[in-house]
Structure formats: structure tokens, C-alpha cells
Design a protein around this ligand. Structure first.
Ligand code: PLP
Length: 397
């Protein structure tokens, strides 16, 4: 018999993917401009022009055998050096190239990291709402995902709930800031408090709890918001970074893992990262992309579009009677549905051609996610549909 766990996983229908397919079919039926698809976190803003020019230039002027050949399993040495230099220069950390592992985006970075750290039966804490794939990545590592609640009006960490969740089996805590789906950026005070709590717990149990920072949205922040770099607050930390959103490259699959030099037995942790990468077949991230992204470290696509969308959508939804926690980063809104059942709410939204994602999969029952990484024109076209949706719940708009 083949592996039934994977058969089951392969057959589970992703709500987001299903909505995406539904939206495509609906667009063919009634025209693209009449469907308001807020389902996917696929950036609508193109990669920087200079990035495409650099890619073309590399293809034209580099020896193709070297350019398209295998790199080291962990990534090309000059790429790992550039990434380490960037981290140290930008955040004042002290990572070394031999603690950098290039990956196919954050998904691979997280799966590798969890497999490297966890033993069967370990627990991995994360904060609600969270990226649903964490549960899949943790399961691959033989671990169990433990979602911990956050403060209702801010989505900031609920430290009483965290304290109750930390136990003998806790191996790691994943934070994702800016967050998908809430857009929250955890303030420095919270990161300090989190670090203090994890230090104390690690001391008590005698084995480190690792802090994993999932950072595909690091640069996507608005109004001068700062995202604390976890390595500067906590030794046993690992950053899983992706260029998918910052440079609008989700289909190109490129990112990295950075293990803090201050982690206990950092070399062994990195050896486990290499071993996990090897056993999962996640070696030698795309060579062309490795070499291209190091010319654009810290750069972004034109994120002013997302800020404009955020401001327009938040103000409009508030005026229609929705409760909105204004996101400080990423490109998602996580709003309370106008009824308890988020699935029923999303079904009703479909009647107005609005495609919203139910919050339950993110651990946020009663909420919906709106991905606003769309064109500003679509936001304008969608607003009357949001009005009708609110009116259908008796809101006086
Ligand atoms: N983590 C979060 C919070 C995400 O939102 C995503 C993608 O949407 C990922 C990880 C995976 O990103 P990547 O495309 O880099 O694999």
C-alpha cells in the first residue's frame, strides 16, 4: 500500500486554491473585470524593471554551463557570503556564510528547519492567525503545531496564553511578522518579552526552544514601521526568508535559511539543516535566481500600491460597518465576518462576485482574509460589492 498520509494530504482540497479555480471559471463566464478576486497572495506589482534587466544580462553574458550548473547543496559560496554580509550590514547581526542555506522560498526553508529541529512528538507553537501550511510542515517533521491565541484588538502576542502553551515538548516557536493573514508587525517590546520568556523556559527545561522567524513580508511595511530582527534579541533563532513577495517572484522559488551564530551548537543545527535539506531533496536552490537576488537584497517592487490599497480598503470597510484592525505590513486584511460562520459569509460574498477566504484555516474562526495585493482599479470596482454585502446583513450604508 502506498503512503496513506500523503494520499490524504494530496486529496485535501485547499480552500484558497478552490476559490482561485472558481474565480477563474467565473471570470470566463462573466468577464474578468466583474469578478473581485481577493483570494491569493500573488503580488500584482511586477518585479523591479532592473531585476529583469539583470536577469537578461546574466543570461546573455555569463558562461551558461556555470550559470545553469549545480551550485553547492547549501547554495553558491559567493551567494551565501552576500546574504550574510547583507544581514550583518543591515541588522547589525553577526551571521556567517557557513550558517546560510539557500532554499526554494520560505516553504522549503520552513520545512527544512522544522525537520532539522524536531523529533517525533515535539510541539511547535505559533500564533493565531497563522499561515495554514505550518501544520503540514510541522507534520512532515513529526511534530504537532500548537496554535496560541493573540490579543483580540491588535493580534499581538497573548503572553498568558503562550506561557500556558510552553511545555516539555516545545521545540520551537514560529513567528511571522509582518503576518499573513493579519498584517500585524509584532512590536519590539513583544519580541523582547517573547525572548525573555523563551530563555527562561529553555533554562528551566535544559534544552533550547528555537525561535523561527518566517519572513516573506519583512520589507512590506507601511508608515515607517520597523520589524525587529530576532537574532538581535534571542540566540537560538533561525530566520526563514523569501524573495517571493518583496521582489514579486513567488513562482521562481528562492529564499534562504539563516541560523544565528549565537544558537547553542549552531554548527550542529546547521548540519541538521543540511541533512534535512538533503533528505527532502531540497538541495541547490535555482542557480540563476540565487545569483540574481543577491544584486537586489533589501530591494522591493513598488509597494506603494499595496499601501494605497490598504488605506482605501480599510477606510471603506470601516465606513460600511466592518471591524478592521489596520495592518502595519504584508498585504492582507483579516476582518470579522458579519456573521459567526465565516464559510457562510464567504458563500454570501460570492453572490456579489467577491472572493474572500474563510478565516478558520488560519485558526481565526469567524474572520475572513482579504488579499489586497491586487490592482487599485479592482479595489475601486469591488467597493460597491462590499456595500451590497454589508447591506445584505442590515448595515445602513
Ligand atoms: N509563510 C507565509 C506566512 C506565507 O504567506 C507564504 C506564502 O504565501 C509562505 C511562507 C511561503 O512562501 P514561499 O513562496 O516563499 O514559499
Amino acid at each position: 500500500m502506498i503512503n496513506q498520509r500523503y494520499v490524504k494530504l494530496g486529496n485535501v482540497r485547499s480552500v484558497i486554491r478552490e476559490l482561485f479555480e472558481y474565480g477563474n471559471a467565473r471570470k470566463r463566464e462573466i468577464g474578468e473585470e466583474n469578478v473581485f478576486d481577493f483570494s491569493l497572495g500573488n503580488p500584482s506589482v511586477p518585479s523591479p524593471e532592473e531585476f529583469n534587466v539583470a536577469l537578461a544580462d546574466m543570461v546573455e553574458h555569463t558562461d551558461p554551463v556555470a550559470l545553469h550548473g549545480y551550485t553547492s547543496a547549501q547554495g553558491a559560496p559567493e551567494v551565501r557570503t552576500a546574504v550574510a554580509d547583507y544581514i550583518n550590514g543591515t541588522f547589525g547581526s553577526h551571521v556567517t556564510p557557513d550558517l546560510i542555506y539557500m532554499t526554494c522560498g520560505a516553504a522549503a526553508a520552513l520545512t527544512i528547519t522544522l525537520c532539522a529541529l524536531c523529533n517525533e512528538g515535539d510541539e511547535v507553537i505559533t500564533f493565531v492567525p497563522y499561515f495554514p501550511e505550518y501544520a503540514v510542515f510541522a507534520a512532515q517533521a513529526g511534530a504537532k503545531l500548537v496554535p496560541v491565541s493573540t490579543e483580540e484588538n491588535t493580534f499581538d502576542i497573548d503572553f498568558a496564553a503562550l506561557s500556558a502553551a510552553l511545555g516539555a515538548k516545545t521545540k520551537a516557536v514560529i513567528i511571522n511578522s509582518p503576518n499573513n493573514p493579519s498584517g500585524v508587525v509584532y512590536p519590539e517590546e513583544s519580541i523582547k518579552k517573547l525572548a525573555a520568556m523563551l530563555k527562561e523556559h529553555s533554562k528551566k527545561t535544559g534544552s533550547p526552544v528555537y525561535l523561527i522567524a518566517d519572513e516573506p513580508y519583512r520589507e512590506l511595511v507601511y508608515d515607517g514601521e520597523k520589524v525587529p530582527y530576532v537574532m538581535n534579541y534571542y540566540g537560538d533563532s533561525i530566520v526563514c526568508y523569501s524573495f517571493s513577495k518583496s521582489l514579486s517572484l513567488p513562482g521562481e522559488r528562492i529564499g534562504y535559511i539563516a541560523v544565528s551564530k549565537d544558537a547553542a551548537e549552531a554548527e550542529s543545527v546547521f548540519a541538521a539543516v543540511c541533512g534535512a535539506g538533503r533528505s527532502l531533496g531540497y538541495v541547490c536552490a535555482p542557480s540563476l535566481l540565487q545569483r540574481a537576488v543577491i544584486k537586489f537584497l533589501g530591494h522591493t517592487s513598488d509597494i506603494s500600491v499595496y499601501k494605497r490599497n490598504r488605506d482605501r480598503l480599510c477606510s471603506a470597510l470601516e465606513s460600511y460597518g466592518f471591524t478592521v484592525v489596520r495592518p502595519q505590513g504584508a498585504f492582507y486584511l483579516f476582518v470579522k465576518a458579519l456573521e459567526e460562520d465565516d464559510y457562510a459569509f464567504c458563500e454570501r460574498a460570492k453572490q456579489f462576485e467577491l472572493l474572500l477566504v474563510p478565516g478558520e484555516g488560519f485558526g481565526g474562526k469567524g474572520y475572513v482574509r482579504i488579499a489586497y495585493c491586487v490592482s487599485p482599479q479592482m479595489i475601486e470596482r469591488a467597493l460597491p460589492a462590499f456595500v451590497k454585502l454589508a447591506q445584505s446583513y442590515g448595515k445602513n450604508v
